[in-house]
Structures are given as structure tokens and as C-alpha cells.
Design a protein around this ligand. Structure first.
Ligand code: CDP
Ligand code: CDP
Length: 201
């Protein structure tokens, strides 16, 4: 039987970490849809047109090196504002969402556009400062040279672009449970997410 858990929210709110844990808890499959846009953005930076990049995307593109860099994140949010790029990625996401055995998808528009009929919807958020701090710590750990102010600016810029675009802007679905992780550590955030999903089952 299909059961879709939609997890949306802004950059570095904890969507990916929470989604993986929720998927493991319920034994569901997990798709990080940000990776699709990052892979298209990476191909664009490598010289391909964004629409062609989206239309010819394959599983191996999702395993490319360097998808987690700030440059690729900015490119992802640029290509994600192109309606034809978004349209090219819809069928794959919907088929994944409705697979037998249950699925968790995390992104920006899962509960609003990709799976408005999802059985459970969460909107994971946190203050821009907390999110920038988390992303900064991650980048430093990965050996990237940057500073907190730069990461905070990139976070604000991406939040702005993602929430003001015409097509599928970042916003909570009307029936989403809002989970603010600003003051929650990972374990507490995961427990709250599992409890919220159970309350919607
Ligand atoms: O997927 P998204 O960009 O929303 O965030 P993530 O990759 O799951 O989390 C970004 C970083 O914040 C990771 O290093 C998490 O370990 C960390 N995090 C945290 O410190 N506290 C939370 N409650 C959630 C995430
Ligand atoms: O991990 P983080 O939250 O920083 O970013 P991501 O989830 O990997 O997404 C990268 C970019 O892809 C976002 O800034 C969005 O512009 C775009 N995206 C989108 O438009 N719709 C989705 N369902 C997922 C990502």
C-alpha cells in the first residue's frame, strides 16, 4: 500500500536528517528531491542548458561528486525557478511517492504541488541564523573554507528566491504540521517528527 510522507522546509532546517530517520523508523523509501535540482544545477555549471539537463537526468547524475557545495546549491535554486525544469521532474517524484511500501520525500513543494494528497505533511523550519550556523559547521567539517556571514547571506538569498518564485514557491501546505527545530537537537526533532506522523496515520 502507498503512504506518502511529505517533508518540506527551507535550507538546512533538518529536512534531510529527519526524513532519513523517519523513513528508517517506518521502513519507507526516502527521496531527497533537492538532489534532483542540485544535479540539474551542477550540469548547468558544467555547461549544459538547464532544460536539457532536467529532461535527460539519470540516476548516475544524482551520485555525481560535489552536489553539496554552496555554488551548486545556488545553481539549484536558480534552475528550480524555471517552470519547465520543475515540470520535467514531476513524474519521477510522483511515481516514487506512490510506490508500494511507503515513501518519504523531502524538498520545498512536496506537500503543496508534488503530493497534495500525501497522507502526512510536515513543514520543518528554524531561524535563518540557526540554519546558517548548521550549514557553516557542515561546510567547515567538509573542509570548505568560508565564513559564517557568507553562509548567512547565501541562506537569506536562497530563502528569498525559493519563497518568491512564481512556480511552486516554498510555503507550508495548509494541512502541514509545522516543526520548528531552532531549539531542538537532532534526536528531539526526529522524535517530534515521528510523533507528528503517527498523529496523522
Ligand atoms: O535537509 P536540510 O538542508 O533541511 O537539513 P539537514 O541536511 O538535514 O541538516 C543540516 C544540518 O543541521 C546537519 O548537519 C544536521 O545534523 C544539523 N541539524 C541539527 O543540528 N539539529 C537539528 N535539529 C536538525 C539538523
Ligand atoms: O539541503 P538544502 O535544504 O540546502 O537544499 P536542497 O533541499 O538540496 O535544495 C536545493 C535547492 O533546490 C533549493 O534551494 C530549491 O531551490 C530547490 N528545490 C526545489 O525547488 N524544490 C524541491 N522540492 C527541492 C529543492
Amino acid at each position: 500500500m502507498a503512504f506518502t510522507i511529505a517533508i518540506d522546509g527551507p535550507a538546512a532546517a533538518g529536512k534531510g536528517t529527519i526524513s532519513q530517520a523517519v523513513a528508517a523508523h517506518f521502513d519507507f523509501a526516502h527521496l531527497d528531491t533537492g538532489l534532483l535540482y542540485r544535479a540539474v544545477g551542477k550540469r548547468m555549471l558544467d555547461g549544459m542548458g538547464p532544460l536539457e539537463a532536467a529532461q535527460t537526468l539519470t540516476a548516475s547524475d544524482l551520485e555525481a561528486e560535489g552536489l553539496r557545495t554552496p555554488d551548486v546549491a545556488q545553481a539549484a535554486s536558480y534552475v528550480a525557478a524555471i517552470p519547465e525544469v520543475r515540470a520535467a521532474l514531476v513524474d519521477f517524484q510522483r511515481a516514487f511517492a506512490r510506490r508500494d511500501g511507503g515513501a518519504v520525500l523531502d524538498g520545498r513543494d512536496i506537500g503543496t504541488v508534488i503530493c497534495p494528497e500525501a497522507e502526512a505533511k510536515l513543514f520543518v523550519t528554524a531561524s535563518a541564523e540557526v540554519r546558517a550556523r548548521r550549514r557553516y559547521d557542515e561546510l567547515v567539517k567538509a573542509g570548505v573554507t568560508t565564513d559564517y556571514e557568507t553562509v548567512l547571506n547565501q541562506t537569506h538569498e536562497r530563502d528569498h528566491r525559493d519563497s518568491t518564485r512564481q512556480d511552486a514557491p516554498l510555503r507550508p501546505a495548509d494541512d502541514a504540521v509545522i516543526l520548528d527545530t531552532s531549539k531542538l537537537d537532532i534526536e528531539a526533532a526526529i522524535s517530534a517528527a515521528v510523533a507528528a506522523v503517527n498523529s496523522m496515520r
